[in-house]
Design a binder for this molecule. Structure first.
Ligand code: F0G
Length: 450
């Protein structure tokens, strides 16, 4: 079934499946080469050229330039990191970090939110809402505060969101509802509310969010001189990013704009591993669009019967029922993908490596590093492969996790860490307590030189 672009819907009224944005590529002008986008680099004053999403607007052509709602998102960096390359185990110069934490709200969500906000404007929405583990709400809130396009209500699980993120929603003036429950509960409630009250839904169920997030891939390719890497490694939560990446690659390939589609690795936290279990253990597949529904239903029924709830220090990806599961299966199919799970210990060690050898990131993003390292150890990634790890959120999002890691020691181990199986912090950089005395400080400095 087809809906027109000016309708508000996230699911098909007939079959209930999530919608996809499709273009009639024969009717929209597409550049002959990705290099043609480079001519926009000099136009810093034109918002649609400055934006790291909309300068690729021919690849998401659902709005006119006048309709675009942009806050200057997507000025992010692809950074080659030798220390991280050594940690992961690939050859020198082969490991790249895509810093999506450099977006205005501090996470990759702004890529999708600019597209959702643009669509919200296009349909004349007055109120927008989302459920969130923190970053979606921060992103939606900053778009509402700076553009005044709509009012915002955000739903978060009580106690389930890192303080940096909660502080953003509050500071940007979003009405913030703390639901007694987790992200999945909050998402169920916000879906019901938006359905019944005509409020515009900004979670990644919204197909326009996925359109915007394709731009992360365009910028990765741009950073690599328009050549595909061998691997893209991304944390998996609600699976919007992985879905968007698969869509981006399949479109670029069919438009003849890239020669080769890279492989995709989606990394779950082992405490929130629905995709890993379904894909790697139960071999659930896209299967040409005929996904085995009964297998998914059975899996969730068992999850409920056993009272299994997602639990990870990477709170951004603490999700039981990823809404984009099927679209992610499609992406894994397009990109010959793999899924892995990594422990909270591996996630926090990976995060600490990004802090020590890069610009830092939040815990969920550390899963990309831990996942790449695991795949390298398994020999799935080879040492000569070019690997891009997507760092989804900024280092300052979750200071509690960072401080806990760096100050944990054997005697005074942090309860949250030990509850999640984090028993050591090999990269801890503990603060040194010293008296307010010049000689004592000099002694400490002296001892550091030894
Ligand atoms: N990394 C970070 C920092 C995130 O905030 C999220 C999702 C993910 C990874 C997972 O991405 O859903 O595309 O697989 N955060 C959502 C939120 C759920 O509400 O902010 P995904």
């Amino acid at each position: 079934m087809r809906l027109s672009v000016d309708e508000i819907a996230v699911t098909c009224p007939q079959c209930g499946e999530l919608l996809d944005v499709e273009y009639d590529w024969d009717r929209v002008p597409v550049p002959a080469s990705l290099r043609e986008f480079e001519r926009r680099w000099g136009n810093r004053n034109r918002p649609a050229d400055f934006s790291g999403v909309w300068r690729f607007r021919e690849l998401l052509p659902f709005a006119t330039e006048e309709q675009i709602v942009s806050i200057g998102e997507g000025q992010t960096i692809l950074h080659q990191s030798q220390p991280l390359g050594r940690y992961v185990g690939v050859d020198e110069d082969k490991l790249f970090l895509q810093y999506e934490g450099l977006n205005p709200s501090g996470s990759f969500k702004d890529n999708g939110m600019t597209a959702a906000a643009t669509h919200a404007k296009l349909v004349g929405a007055k109120t927008a809402a989302c459920a969130s583990t923190g970053n979606t709400s921060a992103s939606l809130a900053i778009f509402a505060a700076t553009t005044k396009q709509f009012q915002v209500v955000v739903f978060v699980g009580s106690g389930k969101i890192a303080y940096g993120k909660l502080s953003q929603a509050l500071d940007y003036g979003a009405k913030t509802l703390q639901i007694e429950g987790d992200f999945d509960d909050a998402l169920d409630r916000v879906r019901e509310i938006t359905d019944s009250r005509g409020i515009y839904l900004c979670n990644s169920l919204n197909p326009f969010r996925i359109e915007g997030q394709k731009a992360i891939i365009y910028r990765v390719l741009e950073g690599l001189g328009w050549e595909s890497p061998d691997w893209i490694v991304v944390p998996g939560g609600n699976l919007g990013n992985s879905s968007a990446f698969g869509k981006a690659f399949s479109e670029l390939k069919s438009l003849g704009l890239i020669r080769r589609v890279p492989r995709l690795a989606v990394i779950n936290a082992s405490g929130a591993n629905t995709l890993y279990r379904l894909y790697e253990q139960e071999q659930l597949r896209w299967n040409g669009g005929r996904v085995d529904e009964a297998q998914i239903d059975h899996f969730y029924a068992d999850m409920d019967a056993e009272g299994r709830r997602a639990s990870t220090l990477a709170s951004a990806i603490q999700i039981n029922r990823p809404v984009n599961l099927k679209k992610c299966l499609r992406a894994l199919d397009v990109c010959d993908g793999v899924v892995r799970e990594v422990t909270d210990q591996e996630i926090l060690d990976g995060k600490a490596q990004v802090g020590a050898g890069g610009f830092g990131c939040e815990p969920a993003s550390g899963a990309s590093i831990a996942g790449a390292r695991l795949l390298r150890r398994e020999g799935v990634i080879s040492s000569s492969d070019r690997v891009v790890c997507i760092l989804t959120g900024h280092q300052l999002k979750d200071p509690a996790a960072t401080i806990a890691y760096h100050t944990a020691d054997d005697e005074r181990s942090d309860q949250a860490l030990s509850d999640h199986g984090v028993t050591g912090s090999p990269l801890a950089n503990r603060p040194i307590v010293v008296e307010n005395d010049l000689d004592k400080i000099a002694d400490v400095l002296q001892s550091l030189n030894r």
